[in-house]
Design a protein around this ligand. Structure first.
Ligand code: PA5
Length: 452
């Protein structure tokens, strides 16, 4: 029997939906799951992620680990340049596992990871290059298309900086490019320069690519165990592939419940978490669900809340604002560290009633109390819990969300693997910047801008 660490509890939705309503989804969900397996539904050319964990060999992972060590052996810092699906998964995993205050340089003396290519801030890039002046560093540039402006632009600046610092020949040994196997500008550049390269499989799109070298290379370079990540994802893959009953398959159940709530007017899903190091996991989740489902004037709006911090901001809206929300709590049972509240003779702060208790226990009571209040306030709550945070559990979680998202998108009757809307702003931006090929749009755009 396959055991997973993840537990999905939908008890907090029972005031809003019925078991019968869930059961009605059984056939539809099984159908979509089969379509994903058989690669038959919309966008099925991009469903390679579904069997990826099972298809990933130890030899391949060993090669990534070796290359990551070689490229970063003399580096205190690794700059990861990418955006969207070529960035968020890496940061989600590294930050979930990292020390909050980076008390040591990276994990086990591995390089500290910093990011570029995910914004167009002149100050950010200027200050990054300035900071890198007296750091030993390497670069991983990641772009499937190879043409994403933010990534290409930051890489041009970084390439120039690293070549000036080490000389062209030595710089080459400090750069890895992760891109399409055959096409795109980054592919051409990497080939010409002779960089170490990894291919992003053609049948896996950006936001489903964290378990390819896109995520695995930088995560390995940061000192985390990518074999365990894949082992966790493979475990979840095997479990989901071998569990056909809707109520026993957490991906099926999550997809069904989300869609039922959506159909009842709950158009916003808040991913709430109680540990600040899950911030980027929630960012990754938002991109996964937002880009996959938000199209054709449909889709649940994914937002995130960092509790208890956001209970002192968004909390008011969640409790009493417009009743268009449901909440999915991502809960981690055990902390890495133990910290007990000390007793205080004066007790001016009145906290002696908590003396001897762990901070984690207090946090767990905050979660219980909040969930209760939110349900009573008209917010259905789904709870996803795992026993702790480690590579294996993160692998499970990542795969679970990918499968849930794909099925949920199909239930919504959209293609969960494209993102046609992302192109619209790009066309305007390219015209405004005078990119060759976009000149004929500029007059039209200037007229529209005048009207605003
Ligand atoms: O999910 C997606 O496909 C997107 O978010 C991409 O990952 C993002 O736009 C970056 O694209 P690229 O890897 O081509 O630079």
């Amino acid at each position: 029997m396959i055991m997973i660490n993840l537990n999905l509890n939908i008890g907090g939705t029972f005031d809003f939906i019925t078991q019968n309503e869930i059961e009605l989804f059984e056939n539809e969900i099984s159908f979509h799951f089969k379509q994903i397996k058989d690669r038959k539904d919309k966008g099925s050319k991009l469903t390679g992620w579904a069997t990826l964990p099972g298809d990933t060999s130890h030899d391949f992972l060993d090669k990534i680990i070796k290359d990551a060590e070689r490229i970063t052996q003399n580096s205190e810092v690794l700059v990861v340049s990418g955006i969207g699906g070529s960035y968020l998964g890496t940061r989600a995993v590294i930050e979930a596992l990292d020390d909050h205050f980076h008390l040591k340089p990276g994990n086990n003396n591995k390089p500290e990871v910093v990011y570029a290519g995910h914004n167009l801030s002149e100050d950010y890039l200027f200050e990054l290059l300035k900071w890198l002046n007296d750091k030993e560093y390497s670069i991983v540039v990641i772009s499937k298309s190879g043409t994403t402006t933010e990534t290409a632009l930051s890489f041009r600046l970084l390439k120039n900086h690293i070549e000036n610092k080490y000389g062209k020949r030595k710089a080459k040994g400090r750069i890895v490019a992760i891109t399409d196997a055959r096409k795109g500008s980054l592919h051409k550049l990497a080939e010409k320069e002779g960089y170490t390269t990894y291919a992003i499989p053609a049948d896996i799109g950006g936001r489903y690519s964290v378990l390819t070298p896109v995520g695995l290379f930088p995560i390995a370079a940061a000192g985390y165990d990518i074999k365990q990540i894949i082992a966790g994802a493979r475990n979840m893959q095997n479990f989901l592939f071998n569990t056909s009953a809707l109520f026993e398959n957490p991906a099926f159940l999550y997809a069904a419940v989300r869609n039922i709530l959506y159909n009842k007017g709950k158009g916003v899903e808040i991913l709430a978490y109680y540990l600040p190091n899950l911030f980027f996991l929630a960012e990754w989740w938002k991109q996964l669900f937002g880009e996959s489902e938000g199209k054709e004037n449909k889709g649940i709006l994914p937002v995130s809340a960092n509790f208890t911090t956001d209970l002192h901001s968004l909390g008011q809206y969640i409790q009493q604002g417009k009743r268009i929300l449901f909440e999915t709590v991502l809960s981690i049972d055990k902390n890495k560290n133990q910290l007990k509240i000390p007793d205080d003779a004066d007790n001016y702060d009145g906290l002696n009633y908590l003396a001897g208790k762990n901070v984690g226990f207090i946090n767990s009571m905050a979660e219980k109390a909040t969930t209760l209040a939110h349900i009573e306030g008209g917010v259905p709550v789904i709870r996803i819990s795992v026993p702790g945070l480690n590579e294996k559990i993160l692998g499970e979680l990542l795969y679970f969300f990918q499968m849930s998202c794909a099925i949920s998108g199909y239930v919504l009757d959209v293609n969960p693997f494209d993102q046609p809307g992302v192109e619209d702003y790009k066309k305007n931006m390219f015209a405004l910047l005078g990119k060759p090929g976009y000149q004929n749009r500029i007059k039209e755009i200037n007229n529209k801008l005048k009207r605003q």
